[in-house]
Design a protein around this ligand. Structure first.
Ligand code: GUN
Ligand code: ZN
Length: 436
């Protein structure tokens, strides 16, 4: 057997199956009216997939051979999906007091320089997956560094754990320390070699990853645009309009461009499988163009408050796919619960109270749509891969006393969204198997 796919196949071999019993909440979009809640529900998983969802009693009747795990009033949801994260920044999370460009130069780039060392990259990749899985996140789309070793380390760790993950070599050929710079040709060659090496391995996907226009020359963006054209099955991820001084810098670097988005479009880096991180300070033309081509956005709320970037407009989700993301280490948490809370707070500052259904959807199905993985993950539905999280809705005394008064599932889950952390993560299932 191909050793590379062994873990994933192992998960799929468990055909007897298991019924997970608890409270279930099936979302079909951000609208609470479309949600189906069952206080005594169940999910039947077998061979790494969700096979059946329904009331616990009915599932027991239908699948008599299956093992049963009863989580009581634990809430069973699809695992959280982090649509934009930088695993190499794990060790510098919560570094004090800078705005974007200084934060990159003073904290991020010195740390990323260390990832030419394969052993260090492997150590941080393992730490990163411990932390994100421990927070209930079952899929991430991560940036690596410009070193191919950093991509190798990430994918090797993801494969060993059997998780679905997307990543790519972060390409940069200007405005960064020499040890992080490649060239247009090297970015193309190394990304291509990584695509060929990792494509189709287990549950892994490749994202062509120019960091952002300030650190990629037009030649490098064009080389990566050409690579994307040759590999249209890949995602393309980058940053867009995060801070106003960054936007001004891009305008100075690219005077011929209509706007920031145009610097990507001119290089062939705009399309349906593009995921743009942040996208806060967009012009009307950029919004229209993103919607027109069906590109996706990754909203990174703890990062946007932490680095002081601005208030994302969630109204964009009516026009295009919007995933939710930690953006660790610009983001200040590995937890998608904390990230949902920050999304709620940012929307409040814009005058909108996002419903708990909307927040949970963004962290699951919304992110799956943004990463074009919604046929595989992000919903509790037969045929989906069995990546699940089970939440304890009374994980601390403060949360417990509030949820005890709840009269609806929304009131019961909202305190955990706002105040929960990894103590609220009762179990995590990767392709049906417990990862805790
Ligand atoms: N823009 C370019 N690179 C980065 C990064 O690493 N983090 C954040 N937050 N923004 C960026
Ligand atoms: Zn980022």
């Amino acid at each position: 057997m191909d050793k590379l796919n062994a873990t994933w196949l192992l998960h799929r071999m468990d055909e007897t199956g298991e019924i997970l019993i608890g409270q279930t909440l099936v979302l079909d979009g951000p609208d609470p009216e479309a949600a189906v809640f069952d206080s005594r529900g169940g999910v039947f998983v077998a061979g790494g997939f969700v096979r059946d969802v329904g009331s616990a009693d009915v599932l027991r009747e239908r699948h008599r051979e299956a093992r049963v795990t009863d989580y009581g009033d634990g809430l069973i949801l699809p695992g959280f999906i982090d649509a934009h994260v930088h695993y190499p920044q794990t060790a510098i999370i919560a570094s004090w007091g800078k705005r974007l460009i200084d934060w990159l130069n003073d904290y991020t780039f010195p740390e990323e320089l260390r990832f030419g060392d394969a052993a260090y990259a492997a150590e941080i990749a393992a730490r990163f997956f411990d932390l994100s899985l421990g927070a209930g996140t079952t899929t991430v789309a991560s940036y690596c560094t410009s070193h191919p070793e950093s991509v190798e380390a990430f994918f090797a760790e993801a494969r060993a754990r059997g998780v679905r993950a997307v990543a790519g070599k972060t390409c940069m050929d200007r405005n960064a320390p020499d040890g992080l710079l490649d060239t247009a040709q090297r970015a193309y060659d190394e990304s291509k070699a990584l695509i060929e090496r990792w494509r189709g391995q287990g549950r892994l996907g490749y994202a062509i990853t120019p960091r952002f226009t300030p650190t990629s020359t037009p030649e490098q963006l064009e080389a990566l645009g050409a690579l994307w054209k040759e590999h249209p099955d890949c995602l393309m991820q980058t940053h867009l309009s995060e801070q106003t001084d960054e936007v001004a810098w891009v305008a100075a670097l690219s005077p011929e461009a209509r706007d920031y988005l145009d610097t990507y479009e001119a290089a062939g880096l705009l399309g349906k499988r593009a995921v743009f991180g942040h996208a806060i300070h967009l012009t009307p033309r950029e919004r229209d163009r993103l919607a027109e081509v069906g590109a996706a956005l990754a909203h990174c709320p703890t990062s946007n408050t932490f680095i002081g970037s601005g208030l994302f407009d969630m109204g964009l989700a009516e026009r295009m796919a919007v995933g939710l993301a930690t953006d660790t280490g610009g983001g200040s948490s590995f937890s998608m619960l904390r990230t949902m809370a920050a999304a709620y707070e940012i929307a409040q500052l814009r005058g909108e109270a996002l419903h708990p259904a909307h927040l949970l959807w963004r962290a699951t199905g919304g992110s799956a749509e943004a990463l074009r993985l919604d046929d595989k993950i992000g919903r509790l539905r037969p045929g989906m891969e069995a990546d699940l999280v089970v939440l304890d809705l009374a994980s601390t005394p403060g949360i417990a006393q509030r949820s005890a008064r709840a009269e609806t599932i929304w009131e019961a889950v909202f305190p955990t969204i706002m105040m929960g952390d990894d103590r609220a993560i009762r179990d995590v299932r990767i392709a049906g198997r417990s990862a805790c």
